[in-house]
Write a protein that binds this ligand. Structure first.
Ligand SMILES: [Fe+2]
Length: 365
């Protein structure tokens, strides 16, 4: 990095109007559990997730419960209703659940079957509903994707007498890893997640000469234990709400096979295959038929709570270290009418998005 860029980033860090973590959060969540997604026709909507590597595990009158291959509880719950991402499920210890319930004077509720466990419902500063859970019912882990465990390198050849034979078919995901949302106020949102749920900012991204970050990647504070680089992330974008959610896969090979399978189906490819810079994940993005964006990722970074927050400039090339250029589909600019509607509604509100910032964002990307 050039000395002048380093100096500019240092100045940004000093000017940044958002802290990196809270000294005394009310509670600390330890992971992402599930998303509750509403769709008018849940059977039809489930096809995307089945193609994307999830299995339908249980059906009730109004809900479908989908799982990955790990023993983690269900990771996507499809619920009948108008299309939206309805709730985000996070996990915490029983003690932290009680702390949140006491602080917000909220009841501790019991999940209906087959979820098991208890939860407290909270609303974040953007009105997004969170369910903070403990004791969700574990599932029996499923056999892996029948891919070779061994990889021959130029130096070591552990795979002997075992040819590789891959079928192009959905490859089971392991877990729901992170979810990213576009918000009205970055300072309000990030501070709330720090002070309430103990999130730490892993990395911020800034437009040049602006003290307010445009992106914040946040991880759980699991002390000395490793946490995914980000479990939640927030950005300033034209459309408010869900930006994307990501499922972890075991290997690059699974991700590549899944890419080919999705390419044979009737879905819009978002972006990939490439490797991100912040978080380092190998990624591949696809949109479902309702326009929501989902990511397969593998080989992401893990940080404990000793790693300090990173400060970076935002740009179209700052999101990946290799792979194709960021696509119009990923940026969401393939729907100009929808974007115009959002702008007309949003710009007079004087939140994080204004004309000047919009032009700077467009230039940066
Ligand atoms: Fe992601």
């Amino acid at each position: 990095m050039s000395a002048s860029k380093e100096q500019a980033l240092k100045a940004l860090q000093e000017a940044c109007n958002i802290k990196d973590r809270s000294d005394s959060p009310i509670a600390k969540v330890n992971g992402l559990a599930y998303l509750v997604i509403r769709r008018p026709d849940i059977e039809q909507a489930s096809q995307f997730f089945v193609d994307y590597g999830l299995l339908i595990d249980r059906r009730t009158t109004n809900k479908l419960y989908l799982r990955g291959k790990s023993q983690d509880h269900h990771i996507i719950i499809l619920e009948k209703g108008s299309a939206e991402i309805s709730r985000i499920g996070l996990t915490a210890s029983k003690e932290d659940l009680h702390k949140l319930a006491a602080f917000y004077n909220k009841p501790i509720k019991q999940h209906e079957e087959p979820m098991g466990g208890n939860f407290v419902e909270l609303s974040d500063p953007n009105g997004t509903t969170l369910e903070i859970n403990c004791d969700l019912a574990p599932l029996t882990p499923l056999a892996a994707n029948n891919l070779p465990k061994l990889w021959n390198t130029a130096k070591t050849k552990p795979r002997l007498n075992q040819p590789v034979r891959n079928r192009i078919e959905p490859k089971l995901v392991a877990k729901l890893g992170h979810t990213l949302w576009s918000v009205k106020s970055m300072p309000k949102t990030v501070h709330w997640y720090q002070d309430t749920l103990g999130f730490i900012v892993s990395d911020f991204q800034f437009l040049p000469n602006e003290p307010q970050p445009i992106v914040a990647f946040m991880r759980c504070d699991n002390g000395d234990a490793p946490s995914d680089h980000h479990t939640m992330g927030f950005g300033t974008a034209i459309e408010l709400g869900h930006l994307h959610s990501a499922f972890e896969m075991d290997s690059f090979e699974e991700l590549a096979v899944a890419n080919q399978w999705m390419g044979r189906r009737d879905y819009k490819h978002g972006w990939g295959i490439g490797r991100h810079i912040l978080g380092s994940q190998v990624f591949d993005y696809w949109r479902d038929h309702y326009g929501d964006l989902f990511e397969h990722y593998a080989d992401g970074d893990l940080f404990d709570n000793s790693v300090p927050t990173g400060y970076h400039f935002f740009s179209g090339v700052a999101q990946h270290q290799w792979g194709p250029e960021m696509t119009a589909e990923f940026k969401g600019v393939t729907r100009p009418l929808k974007i115009a509607k959002f702008l007309i509604k949003r710009l007079p509100n004087n939140d994080d998005l204004n004309i000047r910032r919009l032009i700077r964002m467009a230039k940066a990307i």
